[in-house]
Design a protein around this ligand. Structure first.
Ligand SMILES: Nc1ncnc2c1ncn2[C@@H]1O[C@H](COP(=O)(O)OP(=O)(O)O)[C@@H](O)[C@H]1O
Ligand SMILES: O=C(O)C1=C[C@@H](OP(=O)(O)O)[C@@H](O)[C@H](O)C1
Length: 271
């Protein structure tokens, strides 16, 4: 039986690299995976992109088979279709991990506790070296949706609540993330402590503060953030390690903001 798996995306409220505490809001963009065993080859087909590295997906298959006691040398076909542009800070890697692991489990008819599945994905991301802290915040946001705060060092959820329905505009540069040295994130720890305080009562204000701070850390311009706010956005900032900018707006107002911004945009909503 073909195993099917699905996960979503999320945007950053607090970048977890700075202090180990991460916060995200789930969005509706989707990743779908399907998995079938048979044949002699291990075949990974990534829709819409010839150039995306398939190593993370292969690690997810191998580690899931290992976790459920199945021989990982079996031939398979894994297909992945994702709406999330890779390597822009929009959590494509976490979403792929969740979707692929779910598809492999479904093929074998095995159920796994959702938090165990998320933690398995974090281990895969670490092995593939696509994360600094393990990105437990992102993995939870992609799978569970809503507003989530996590401790990425302990893989613990600190806060999880529904977020309500908002439009989300994503500005997607053509280029992918630059790998800014970790010391540059560590250097802004005092500012992140202030953002953590704000986040306790006002996650949208925290998102903009974080988004501006990370723009400074990674060397991105804040111009699009200013433009989005000037056009009525409730929050705007770099998501993850960038370079994408995420904008939150009242439901129905995202389209107008997207038109006003000088960038390639995707219009979606919170989940
Ligand atoms: N559609 C996809 N199919 C398979 N793997 C993907 C896909 N999208 C992203 N990935 C994996 O995730 C990696 C990108 O991770 P990363 O640079 O951390 O970006 P992001 O911030 O989007 O998570 C890619 O190199 C690839 O290994
Ligand atoms: O590598 C990491 O540990 C993290 C990377 C960032 O996200 P992206 O991978 O989306 O850039 C960040 O937002 C997250 O809190 C932690």
């Amino acid at each position: 039986m073909t195993g099917k798996g699905e996960s979503h995306g999320c945007i950053s409220v607090m970048n977890g690299i700075v202090s180990g505490t991460g916060a995200v809001i789930g969005i509706a963009l989707r990743t779908r995976a399907s998995y079938d065993e048979g044949g002699k080859t291990q075949d990974v087909r990534i829709g819409g992109s010839e150039s995306t590295d398939d190593r993370l997906a292969r690690i997810c298959v191998g580690r899931t088979l290992d976790a459920i006691g199945v021989d990982p040398s079996a031939g398979y076909v894994l297909s992945i279709e994702s709406e999330i542009p890779p390597s822009r800070g929009l959590k494509s890697s976490s979403s792929v991990c969740n979707a692929v692991i779910s598809a492999v489990l479904a093929h074998h008819g095995v159920s796994m506790d959702v938090m165990d599945m998320i933690r398995l994905g974090v281990e895969c991301a670490k092995e593939a070296k696509v994360t600094v802290t393990g990105s437990f915040d992102d993995a939870c946001g992609c799978e569970l949706g809503g507003f989530i705060v996590t401790d990425n060092y302990r893989n613990e959820v600190l806060r999880k609540e529904p977020f309500g329905r908002y439009d989300v505009v994503l500005c997607i540069p053509e280029y992918t993330k630059n790998h800014t040295p970790r010391e540059r994130y560590n250097a802004v720890a005092p500012e992140m402590e202030r953002i953590k305080e704000v986040c306790k009562t006002d996650p949208l204000a925290a998102m903009t503060m974080n988004g501006r701070l990370i723009a400074r850390v990674t060397g991105e311009s804040e111009e699009l953030i200013d433009d989005a706010l000037a056009h009525g956005a409730l929050a705007a900032g770099i998501s993850g390690t960038g370079p994408a900018i995420a904008v939150v707006a009242e439901s129905g107002k995202g389209g107008r903001i997207a038109e006003a911004l000088d960038c390639r945009t995707i219009l979606t909503e919170t989940r």
